[in-house]
Ligand binder design. Structure first.
Ligand code: DC
Length: 223
């Protein structure tokens, strides 16, 4: 089995920045599992599938193929042969993805695809359930978090950078809703694995977070 590093945590905590940089540093493949849930949501919306309809979403997931192709900005997501990366941060997807991600049949299918990738490549995989469900045997597990206010500010700045006119209050509402849906769903909710190292990034920049994680991996420190 190639080496595996699992990174979980809530939206806006800095998981994907860390995962991308860590994968680059170690020469591992970065697997952004949130992007996979987003890609399936994109397909469902394109086909007019009702996001409340669990059976339809399960069939859709079972008949979907997905590949991740490494790229400087993070992986490109190839959905049934088509590159859909540019669509994955659209507002309709932000709003719908938690509904898709709560469906057990969807999770089973994407978990299978994620494990298949990890069998072939050394991976840094980020998501909500990687250390607990997808790769419970991962050599290293990190739970990355930050205060609610800081996570909202980061998401807000990110959206302004992308040219989206949105207020901090709107972002607060979106993040609170997503936190609630992600951590309260019945199957594979956001949770910290008992053997994960928790990193609070509220007062750390991206370099400091990476340095801490590398120190843990090299066995220099316990946290
Ligand atoms: O990390 P992100 O914002 O791209 O995640 C998008 C959504 O997918 C989010 O609502 C949580 C869900 N998700 C999940 O349930 N399990 C994962 N392993 C990754 C993401």
């Amino acid at each position: 089995m190639p080496p595996r590093i699992a990174i979980d945590g809530p939206a806006g905590a800095g998981k994907s920045t860390l995962a991308r940089r860590l994968a680059h540093r170690l020469g591992y493949l970065y697997v952004d599992t949130g992007a996979m849930y987003r890609a399936l949501t994109y397909k469902a919306l394109r086909l007019g599938v009702n996001l409340e309809h669990e059976g339809a979403l399960t069939s859709l997931a079972e008949s979907t193929n997905m590949e991740l192709v490494p790229d400087a900005e993070g992986p490109r997501v190839i959905l049934d042969g088509q590159d859909v990366t540019a669509h994955l941060r659209e507002p309709e997807i932000n709003a719908g993805v938690s509904l898709v991600a709560r469906v057990p049949g969807v999770r089973a299918r994407l978990t299978e695809l994620q494990r298949r990738i990890a069998k072939k490549h050394p991976v840094v995989m980020d998501g909500r359930d990687i250390g607990t469900v997808v790769l419970p045997e991962a050599e290293h597990k990190f739970f990355v978090t930050a205060s609610f206010e800081e996570r909202c500010r980061r998401r807000w700045r990110e959206m302004l950078d992308q040219g989206r006119a949105v207020s901090l209050n709107e972002v607060r509402e979106q993040v609170a809703l997503r936190d609630r849906l992600d951590s309260q769903r019945a199957v594979a909710p956001l949770a910290m694995a008992p053997d994960a190292v928790c990193i609070d990034t509220t007062h750390l920049d991206a370099d400091q977070v990476l340095a801490r994680v590398l120190a843990v991996i090299r066995g220099e420190t316990g946290a």
